[in-house]
Design a protein around this ligand. Sequence first.
Ligand code: FAD
Length: 416
Amino acid sequence: MRIAIVGGGAAGLMCAATLAESGVANDVVLLEKNAELGKKVLISGGGRCNVTTGLSDVRQLLLRYPRGQKFLQKAMYHFPPLAVRDWFESHGVPLKVEKDLRVFPVSDNGSDIVGVFKRLFDQANVQILYGHQVISISESQHVFTLHLKQTISLEVDAVVLTTGGQAYRHTGSTGDGYTFAEKLGHTITPLAPSLSAFIVEEHWPKTLAGVSVKNATITCGNKRFTGPFLFTHKGITGPAVFALSALIAFETCTPQKKLHMEINLFPDRQADVFVKELHELAQSHGKKNLLNIISTIIPYSIAEICLGENYINANQHGASLSKEQAQNVVHWLQHIPITVISRVAGDEFVTAGGVNTKDVDPKTMESLLVPGLYFAGEILDIDGFTGGFNLQASWATGRLAGEAIISTSNHILHNT
Ligand SMILES: Cc1cc2nc3c(=O)[nH]c(=O)nc-3n(C[C@H](O)[C@H](O)[C@H](O)COP(=O)(O)OP(=O)(O)OC[C@H]3O[C@@H](n4cnc5c(N)ncnc54)[C@H](O)[C@@H]3O)c2cc1C
């Protein structure tokens, strides 16, 4: 069988590797518009490549995907994080699991991950066409014709579309695959940036740039997420912010249509108990000033803002903290209002939305509309939180597409 994989990112690489290692004699060509493979893999995880997650329970894993949870079930049970880790380790890249369950190469170098594929393709029968951009794809009588920018065309029996989303466009992922899929009859669900930082209207968060919080709940309407976050010179970022941005990916957020959010710096504390404890703390350090007392429970710079926002004199003695003031402080710490005026443009990690999963067989990744056409990775309407979940989805769907093609080609071989 002649097979073309369009896009040499995580999903395309894993699909090509699966075909290469199958031992089934297929003609596999991987078309990549860049001069190198896996450009996004190389910058992922800040260059360290958070290759997958240390979560091994697939049910728990699937909860980390705001879109595509059900669709991904087969792929994830078939190639779960533990199998992904084994695969990379057995291909010569030792991995480590960090405290927050993110998995990285021991070397902290994402190029080790891409290196696995390069070595594998050098030894196997996979033709890599670097700098080859597909500009359109047509299909007639089970033969696909790929038209390339270089005014050449290619005829194949199967196509795997692994062109990614449209985040970080300079890496080559410019959403081309959506057009190809649409022209071949598939629906593209609405697209939106996901895993992005927020720009806030208030000035005070910007004065806290660089201050991090280990565990807070950030709420927007009926969506909330608890985890670490960080203040920036524009607003807020970090895992909890990214996760919330995924949950509200399709909410409009502009200076005209602002999003009102609340930060709870003490999500595990019951308000009335907290007020009592704070009051007692202030009384027991009656001669100290309030700023010093409150900065024993939150970073000094946040304590300054907290007192300022509540019109409490920072130099006031602990002994003079009234019950009402204690209540105001606690209320503020558990309901800090912030107004988000936009997402940080062009900085999102993934695209929410994509090829409608209703048009794709979750057992094979093959199109239900055009036999012989497969999809894998971020091009699909699937996306996860940060923590290795997006690469995990790309490895798992890329693998499944590769295996489905192998079983089809085996079937053809046995029947000819
Ligand atoms: C800055 C950043 C950091 C990230 N960090 C992590 C992380 O640590 N862990 C994690 O799990 N996820 C991370 N992600 C998300 C993750 O990298 C992506 O979800 C994943 O790489 C998507 O893989 P993919 O193969 O579907 O698509 P892509 O990696 O986007 O690959 C698509 C490929 O197709 C090529 N292509 C596109 N159109 C054409 C065409 N017409 N012809 C030929 N080639 C074409 C592109 O050049 C590209 O190489 C990060 C994303 C970003 C932007």
